[in-house]
Design a protein around this ligand. Structure first.
Ligand code: FUB
Length: 366
């Protein structure tokens, strides 16, 4: 009897602690929103939004035929309230933009793809990316399917600006979000992808989708982003996705509890002086950080912070060389006075030190 009472008391305690954690997560997000609004009053974010006639986010920038193109998400007002599944990011289409110079005019080419055209996709067109091969342009995008599982789809066009025609099915074996396609010097293409929490990466720890979150313990290796080499047709994986390992300078895997350095979402790959730079968002610590390796698969060694937290909850970026200079494209929520799901794309020049390290950018410093 005494054991039963103790058990009941313990169960209550666990439920109270659990509910407390949930509330504190929500509070953390609400506090961050309030804090960000106060920051906006005090300071201005360094760069002006590139696009102001609509909300844009997650900018993937590429140079095709000597011109710079931006492939962002198209944020919209949504009646869906803020939740941990990210349902308030309820985007329905993509536009493509171009620039001839930075700074310079940004051209909007109109709607390039609508979720209604994509047979397998139900909702939430999140961060896309693009690649070119033999005169065909490929738009890679995540969306939730009819079972609310994120998959990665492809749409093609003969023009970098679209309109794009989607394939009827997502890439077989694809899952989670934030595809980023990198072309190596030997003509191989690799897709890096994955995102935790709303991005569902934590539901793929067994290789099949689990309809519940399974996070490794705080002192275990953090969830890894994925890499898959693209097949020559650009619309299949050549091999099943592999983990991208991120290690600290001592060679130990970055751990789940290391929120300042562990992977959250927004993978990007670029090459600088023959080295592979894998950059990503740390999510709830709101940074863009990077790790380097001598080959596209890694393991990657953590190096440091590229971009400190921006106005808004999410941080997402791309890095591109254009006309001899390196640029960081990113977003913040300054155009909507700090609303998490209504963001605007920005660009700032990126600088390397002589040892190849990247100089940290503080978006709130004038
Ligand atoms: O835009 C929706 C999601 O927010 C992206 O997929 C994430 O990277 C974050 O920016």
């Amino acid at each position: 009897m005494r054991y039963t009472q103790t058990f009941i008391k313990l169960s209550y305690l666990i439920i109270i602690v659990f509910l407390g954690c949930k509330t504190s997560n929500k509070k953390e997000s609400e506090n961050k929103d309030t804090a960000q609004k106060e920051i906006i009053k005090k300071e201005e974010a360094i760069q002006n939004p590139l696009i102001t006639h609509m909300y844009t986010a997650d900018p993937s920038a590429h140079v095709f035929n000597g011109k710079l193109y931006i492939y962002p998400s198209h944020d919209i007002e949504s009646t869906v309230t803020n939740d941990e599944e990210g349902n308030h990011f309820n985007m329905k289409d993509y536009h493509v933009f171009s620039m001839d110079s930075i700074p310079g005019e940004v051209i909007d080419y109109g709607k390039a793809l609508d979720v209604k055209q994509v047979a397998w996709a139900k909702k939430q067109l999140w961060a896309p990316d693009a690649a070119e091969k033999n005169g065909t342009y490929y738009l890679y995008f995540p969306a939730k399917d009819s079972e609310n599982i994120f998959r990665i789809g492809v749409a093609t066009s003969k023009k970098p600006t679209g309109p794009f025609t989607p394939l009827p099915n997502p890439i077989p074996g694809s899952f989670s979000i934030d595809p980023s396609v990198f072309k190596d010097n030997d003509g191989s293409y690799y897709m890096y992808f994955g995102g935790i929490m709303g991005g569902q990466l934590q539901r793929w720890t067994t290789g099949v989708y689990l309809p519940k979150d399974e996070y490794p313990a705080n002192d275990s290796a953090a969830l890894s982003p994925k890499i898959a080499k693209l097949a020559t047709d650009m619309v299949h994986f050549e091999t099943p996705p592999k983990d991208v390992q991120i290690l600290d300078k001592e060679g130990n895997p970055i751990r789940t509890g290391d929120h300042d350095r562990r992977f959250f979402e927004a993978a990007w790959m670029h090459k600088y002086q023959g080295k592979y730079y894998f950059s990503y968002s740390t999510g709830d610590t709101h940074k863009i950080v990077y790790a380097t390796a001598t080959n596209p698969y890694g393991p990657f060694t953590y190096q440091g912070v590229i971009l400190k937290p921006v106005i808004g909850w999410t941080n997402h970026h791309s890095i591109v060389k254009y006309k001899g200079k390196w640029y960081l494209f990113y977003h913040d929520s300054s155009l909507s006075n700090g609303q998490t799901h209504l963001r605007c794309v920005k660009v700032v020049e990126l600088h390397y030190n002589t040892d190849g390290s990247i100089q940290t950018i503080d978006p709130l410093l004038k």
